[in-house]
Design a protein around this ligand. Structure first.
Ligand code: GAR
Length: 190
C-alpha cells in the first residue's frame, strides 16, 4: 500500500512506519511532505532515501491555493492512502476530494480535538486519555474512528511525560491500523 505521510514535527510516527516497512509490513512510504521547514520528519525520510517536499501556507496567496498545491504534490506520488502523522494543518476540500486520509491524534476523540489534545486532557483532569486513529473529514478531528488506545494519567504527569507515553502506544496503533488497511482494501470503495 503506497503511503504519503504528512508531518509537521519530529516524525516519530513516520519513523515507526519506515521501520515497519523495513521489517516487512505491507506498506511503502513513497513520499513525505511537510508544511514547514526543518522538520525532523523530513530528515528521517531523507535518511531512508524517501522523497520529500515542503509546501508552506505562507508561500501561497490563499489557503485554497495552498490546498491545490499540496494536492498536486501528493497526487504526483499516486498514493493509495495519505497519513497525517503530526501534521498540524487542516486539509482542504481539494485535498479531501482527491485522497483518503488517516490521522493520528493524541487523545481519545471526540474528547480534546485540535492542536493541544494532550495539554487539554491534562488540564481537564482526566484520569484516562490515549490516542485515536481516524479517517479525516472536513472537520477538525471529527472523522470516523478506526482505532483507539487508552493510557492512564499518572500523578505528577507533565504534558511532556504524558505525551511520550501516549506516543509509544500511538506508534504501535498506527502501524497496526495501516497493516490492517493494507490487508483489507474494502475502505477504498466506502
Ligand atoms: C503525535 O502525538 C500526533 O498525534 C500529534 O503530534 C504528535 C506528532 O509526533 N498530532 C496532533 O496533535 C494533531 N492534532 P511525531 O512528530 O513524533 O510523530
Amino acid at each position: 500500500m503506497r503511503l504519503v505521510v504528512l508531518v509537521s514535527g519530529s516524525g516519530t510516527n513516520l519513523q515507526a512506519l519506515l521501520d515497519a516497512q523495513a521489517e516487512g509490513a505491507p506498506i511503502k512510504v513513497v513520499a513525505v511532505g511537510a508544511d514547514r521547514d526543518g522538520t525532523g520528519g523530513v530528515v528521517r525520510a531523507a535518511l531512508r532515501n524517501v522523497p520529500t517536499f515542503t509546501c508552506r501556507v505562507q508561500d501561497h496567496d490563499t489557503r485554497a491555493d495552498w490546498d491545490a498545491a499540496i494536492t498536486r504534490l501528493v497526487s504526483a506520488q499516486a498514493p493509495d492512502l495519505v497519513v497525517s502523522a503530526g501534521f498540524m494543518k487542516v486539509l482542504g476540500p481539494d485535498f479531501l476530494a482527491a485522497h483518503k486520509v488517516v490521522n493520528t491524534h493524541p487523545a481519545l476523540l471526540p474528547s480534546f480535538p485540535g492542536a493541544h489534545g494532550v495539554s487539554d486532557a491534562l488540564e481537564h483532569g482526566v484520569k484516562v486519555t490515549g490516542c485515536t486513529c481516524h479517517w479525516v473529514d472536513a472537520g477538525v478531528d471529527t472523522g470516523r474512528i478506526i482505532e483507539q488506545r487508552a493510557i492512564r494519567v499518572e500523578d505528577g504527569d507533565t504534558v511532556e511525560s504524558l505525551h511520550e507515553r501516549i506516543k509509544v502506544e500511538e506508534r504501535a496503533m498506527l502501524v497496526e491500523v495501516l497493516s490492517r488497511l493494507a490487508a483489507d482494501r474494502t475502505w477504498r470503495t466506502t
